[in-house]
Design a protein around this ligand. Structure first.
Ligand code: GLN
Ligand code: ZN
Length: 756
């Protein structure tokens, strides 16, 4: 019989219960027992939901107080020595110390989980790291589920992915630890078997990534070892297709293999054709990472291909990956537009889709005719809805020509004209856009949104703030000013709210890290800009000063990656539509007398595909999108871009290809190390290497900044260098920002004297 299965369910609770409970616990308002109890309530609710939906196999161990990779670290006892872990089992205070640090010990590092916006805690290894079972969580939760009558399938991050995601402190090879790690995994599996568990899900997403020979042979060793433990193994891959690893994957001794058919539908035929006899194929047909309802007919056709070749009893239906990357329950969206809502499915709704596909495959489509008819109706509605399809946008898109992607003159010529127009000194100073978002500003925005503050008073409050920061910057003698972005809640949301084709949810939360959840905007249709978005604020700010005022926009790539994106056309297409909307804004800013315009693209690097072979294509359309948004201006208008948290070495030629007149980057923490890429590439345009670490409350001294600037001046032409902080200042307080920027301006002045 074909089964309905799942790989992971959101752990944050339908109403973000986990956030409330953990944060109260951290504050000391909730006892450990109360926190543990809240967690158990969430698990029970999740399991009941999945069971009631009709799933045949339900993940256990997908719950986490913070992160599933950290849970593995606790389970196998890879606790770095600074946490002084001595007991048998890692307790919650130690667990949270590893996640977040405390008064006496620093946290472990955190980084993005593949190409998602989920962050995991990076395991730390040394050549001498030993492993032993040090957490009972997976066993406790399995017991809890079995007691509830849940058809439980415990989930573990596989040994090779786990080691590959870690870092070694002593330059040793983490994979060398595999022989020490495998016995612990075997012991875990054996214990699960004695509890009555039949299937375990082993997540080895790296099997679908670019891996080296050592990783390949480690996967073989590992799977061989785990195959003998008496439980059946479902080996799960996701986020990419198997591609060149297909033969390896199919040769491994699994009992079931899961593949992602949302990200890589093209692998289906080949995997089915070559699939080993007697084993089960788990089909990731329902998108675990987006909010759209599935095209059930299309998914069923795929399932049918597998079933025809392998037989229905060797096919499982599943989401493409764990649903922790999707929001919880669409039913809680009580304020959402009904039509838009009818196009969407959150995790709870995706469960029904999985079950429908199972039933459709098992008993024929006619057994659930109504459900398929409803799915067809949505597909049709989305294909034709005038809310999605905007003829004016499509017409514009069909008329893009090469000239729209380049400035009219090359940089050297533009540069001359810009310098003449702006009259800036060497080492010009500026900031990245936002100034501290005080309680008063946030309160004014909130009461305007609630309707407690009328438009006029709101605008006055914002204008007052803009006036304050303009005077402040003049007083400091900053060269290129900003208006401070007081009107913006968030750099993507602010623009999304004003663009057509975007919508927002009330409850579409997904975990980013720990208790931090994000609610990404939703791009559902063709994007366009009905009216100017920032021009009034920027023009007002410019009217207050003789100095150049920098207009401040979020770029198309960042707008795309920090949203849920429509799945009915290529992302590159959607991105260019956003570019056109931004381009309109750039044009209007220039018309309004703004001479410097910054287009922020902090997400350009995180958009890089997981497989190297796909980079070129992505970077091609990403660069095009940026250029399309920026290239409509006269030579005299200076385009800036900004990127934070970025490493540039491997994409520096694309960064140069953006052809921004100036770029600001984050360099202060790495002591200008990041600049290396720019130097060895001989980056031609202007650069502002950040000299003020805005992630810290520390106020850098003038001398520290001079040291950084001296370093920069050694390797760059001094006439290329801008002086600015690492990023926007909205999370900082005025008490720090004021002296820090004062030091920054003084440092720039000293550099002018020294270097000329
Ligand atoms: N202009 C934005 C700001 O200053 C940039 C933020 C970012 O790069 N993340 O806040
Ligand atoms: Zn930034």
């Amino acid at each position: 019989m074909v089964l309905a299965t799942n790989l992971g369910y959101p752990r944050i609770g339908a109403r973000r219960e986990l956030k409330k409970a953990t944060e109260s616990y951290w504050k000391g308002d909730l006892s450990e027992a109360e926190l543990v109890n809240a967690a158990s309530e969430i698990r029970k609710a999740n399991w009941s939901t999945q069971k009631e939906a009709g799933l045949d196999m339900i993940p256990v161990g997908d719950f986490s107080f913070y992160d599933q990779v950290l849970d593995m670290t606790a389970l196998v006892g890879a606790i770095p020595s600074r946490y002084n872990f001595q007991g048998d089992l890692v307790d919650l205070p130690t667990y949270f110390a590893m996640a977040r640090g405390n008064d006496t010990v620093t946290a472990m590092e955190m980084t993005k989980w593949f190409d998602t916006n989920y962050h995991y805690i990076v395991p730390e290894f040394e050549a001498g790291t030993d492993f032993k079972i040090s957490s009972s969580k997976i066993f406790d939760e399995t017991r809890e589920a079995l007691d509830m009558g849940i058809p439980a399938r415990p989930v573990l991050v596989g040994p090779v992915t786990y080691l590959s995601m870690g870092k070694t402190k002593d330059e040793s090879d983490a994979l060398a630890l595999l022989p020490k790690l495998l016995p612990v995994y075997k012991e875990i599996l054996s214990r699960l078997k004695t509890m009555g568990i039949e299937w375990v899900q082993i997540d080895e997403p790296i099997l679908a990534m670019d891996i080296n020979d050592a990783q390949k042979s480690a996967l073989k060793t590992s799977c061989d070892a785990l195959a003998g433990c008496g439980v059946k193994i479902c080996l799960a891959t996701y986020f990419c297709g198997l591609r060149d690893n297909e033969a390896l994957a199919l040769s491994l001794p699994f009992d079931a293999l899961h593949i992602d058919l949302k990200r890589a539908p093209e692998q289906l035929d080949s995997v089915v054709q070559n699939f080993p006899a007697g084993k089960i194929l788990s089909l990731g047909l329902i998108d675990g990472r987006n909010i759209w309802r599935a095209n059930l007919r299309d998914a069923l056709a795929k399932a049918q291909i597998a079933s025809d070749k392998l037989g229905a009893d060797r096919v499982w239906i599943a989401p493409s990956c764990s649903m922790i990357h999707s929001p919880n329950d669409l039913d809680l969206e009580v304020r959402m537009d009904e039509q838009l809502k009818s196009w969407m499915a959150y995790s709870k709704q995706k469960l029904s889709e999985i079950v429908s596909l199972r039933d459709g495959l098992a008993n024929g489509e006619s057994s659930i005719q109504d459900i398929f008819a409803a799915s067809d109706a949505v597909v049709k509605d989305r294909a034709t809805s005038p809310r999605i399809h905007n003829d004016a946008v499509k017409c514009r898109m069909s008329r893009l020509d090469a000239s729209m992607f380049r400035r009219s003159s090359e940089f050297s010529k533009r540069r001359e004209k810009q310098h003449a127009a702006l009259g800036l000194p060497t080492f010009p100073t500026t900031s990245i856009g936002s100034f501290p978002q005080t309680k008063e500003i946030r309160e004014a925005r909130a009461s305007y949104k609630r309707g407690d503050l009328d438009l006029q008073s709101y605008q006055q409050a914002m204008r007052d703030e803009i006036t304050r920061v303009v005077r402040f910057q003049e007083d400091l003698d900053i060269d290129v000013l900003v208006h401070g972005e007081p009107e913006r809640n968030d750099m993507v949301e602010y623009f999304g709210e004003q663009l057509q084709g975007y919508t927002f949810s009330q409850n579409g939360w997904v975990q980013s890290y720990g208790s931090r959840y994000v609610k990404p905007p939703i791009i559902f249709g063709d994007v366009s800009r009905p009216t100017p978005m920032t021009v009034e604020w920027s023009a007002y700010a410019q009217s207050l000063t003789q100095r150049p005022m920098k207009g401040m926009l979020t770029g198309p790539i960042t707008m795309l990656f920090w949203s849920f994106v429509r799945d009915d056309q290529p992302r590159s297409e959607t991105c260019k539509q956003i570019s056109l909307a931004i381009r309109d804004e750039v044009h209007d800013l220039e018309e309004a007398g703004i001479k410097v315009i910054q287009i922020d693209e902090p997400a350009i690097r995180e958009g890089l595909p997981l497989r190297r072979a796909d980079w070129k294509n992505y970077l091609g359309w990403a660069v095009d999108s940026f250029r399309l948004s920026a290239s409509c201006v006269h030579d005299e208008t200076q385009i800036h871009t900004h990127m934070c948290y970025s490493e540039f070495n491997d994409i520096i030629d694309s960064i140069a290809d953006l052809d921004a007149d100036a770029i600001s980057i984050e360099t202060s923490r790495s002591q200008m190390e990041l600049l290396e890429a720019f130097v060895s590439f001989d980056y031609p345009n202007e650069i502002g290497p950040g000299v003020y670490d805005i992630h810290s409350p520390r106020i850098p001294t003038q001398d520290e900044m001079i040291i950084l600037l001296e370093k920069a001046a050694l390797v760059l032409d001094p006439s290329q260098i801008w002086v600015n902080p690492d990023c926007g200042l909205k999370t900082r307080g005025w008490k720090e920002v004021e002296p820090a920027l004062r030091h920054m301006v003084d440092a720039a002045k000293i550099m002018r004297k020294r270097v000329g």
